[in-house]
Design a protein around this ligand. Structure first.
Ligand SMILES: Cc1ncc(COP(=O)(O)O)c(C=O)c1O
Length: 384
């Protein structure tokens, strides 16, 4: 590793000096390693020819282990939100009742998308920063059901809390409720055994743990979920997974694929393969611990408890008396782009990503800059 990915390479006159100095800590997009960027610079090819068929197979076979093995992955030009919409329209029929775990902004978004398509959505609200307790969720499902599906955000990027997906999968399977999972900020950074854990459908995107530029929506379908996908009666055209499956039999996509992003993703997946999935997951966990220890040392309070701590993104309150917006701005002045809070946490917290090709020394450097930003704010305060 050791790629200085936090410093985007000089790419010509169009890049501003400001961009080049930036340390990007936003929870997506995350910095793209050099070889992934270079792969995206290759010439495009005929997407109905042998070279694309090889690329399709290469990406598909390298993606499957990230979902735990079997099933079918599909790529569409789009973002994570598109994948969430695709999941809804490919799985449900008008009027169906759906349960949605809402533990932050993205769970809220998915529930709203389902409502937009006329589904009746019952929200299981979890305090932001926490995750559902499986036994309580199970009791609620029994009380509130029946449901045609359960929507769950595996890793809630707005709070830095990660659900116990294996446990939720178990309880959903026991109740024969199909489980649909938002793994936008989890895929490639957190263990996922979709089929084994009883997941029917997974939605994700390229710009997070897959360290690829934004622009690819990813979907994964369990073998036994195709019956539901075939029967779903909500309107769908562009996102129709039946078309994607038919084209996939010929190692093609129904519509023009985002070829340069496929190249990039292939390079990123090769990088993951070279490191080894277990090592990648262990590194993400270690980075989360490093951030959490460093933040505590600086007097910051963590939003998610240790038991729910996300391996890929950490959300924290500034030290007592420090304004979150002012701290974000002070970081920006030092060339660090972190993210603020969303929804009710707007203006109250900061969020930092540790997904993709991040190494421990980059976390230490970022923590050092955070310390400097806090010192600057303190000096300004002292000067009045
Ligand atoms: C958990 C989660 N779901 C969905 C999304 C939406 O993805 P996009 O911004 O690519 O549409 C994000 C993006 O941050 C996310 O983190």
């Amino acid at each position: 590793m050791g790629d200085k990915f936090h410093k985007p390479a000089r790419t010509g006159a169009r890049t501003t000096a400001r961009d080049e100095d930036e340390i990007l800590l936003t929870p997506g997009p995350v910095p793209v390693p050099a070889e992934v960027r270079e792969a995206a610079a290759r010439q495009v090819i005929n997407h109905r020819g042998a070279a694309f068929h090889r690329l399709y197979e290469s990406v598909r076979s390298r993606l499957l282990p990230l979902f735990g093995g079997g099933g079918d992955p599909f790529l569409f030009p789009g973002s994570g939100t598109g994948a969430l919409e695709a999941a809804v329209v490919n799985f449900f029929s008008p009027g169906e009742r759906v349960a949605a775990v809402v533990m932050g902004e993205f769970g809220h978004r998915w529930a709203s998308i389902a409502e937009t398509f006329g589904l009746t959505v019952e929200r299981y609200q979890v305090e932001w920063g926490s995750v559902p307790a499986p036994a309580e969720l199970a009791a609620w499902l029994d009380r509130t059901g029946p449901f045609a599906g359960l929507l769950l955000t595996y890793n809630e990027t707005s709070t830095g809390a990660a659900a116990d997906l294996a446990a939720v999968g178990r309880l959903a399977r026991e109740r024969r409720i199909p489980l649909l999972v938002d793994a936008v900020s989890a895929l490639g950074g957190m263990p996922l055994e979709a089929e084994r854990w009883g997941v029917s459908l997974v939605a994700s995107a390229s710009q997070k743990c897959l360290m690829t530029p934004p622009g690819l929506a990813l979907l994964w379908v369990a073998p036994e979920a195709w019956e539901r996908v075939e029967a779903a009666a909500l309107p769908r055209a562009y996102w129709d997974l039946r078309e994607a499956r038919r084209a996939g039999e010929h190692r093609e996509t129904p519509y023009t694929p985002a070829l340069t992003l496929w190249y990039a993703l292939e390079a990123a997946l090769e990088r993951i393969e070279a490191e080894g999935l277990e090592a990648v997951y262990a590194r993400h966990r270690a980075l989360a611990t490093r951030w959490r220890e460093g933040l505590r040392r600086l007097g910051c309070r963590l939003l998610a408890g240790d038991e729910a701590a996300s391996p890929t993104v950490t959300a924290f309150y500034p030290p007592e008396g420090v304004d979150a917006a002012a701290l974000l701005q002070a970081l920006r002045e030092l060339g660090v782009e972190a993210a603020g809070g969303q929804g009710p946490l707007k203006g109250r917290i900061l969020r930092v990503a540790h997904m993709g090709a991040v190494e421990a020394e980059q976390v230490d450097r970022a923590l050092g800059l955070l310390q400097r930003a806090l010192e600057r704010l303190e000096q300004r305060e002292a000067r009045g």
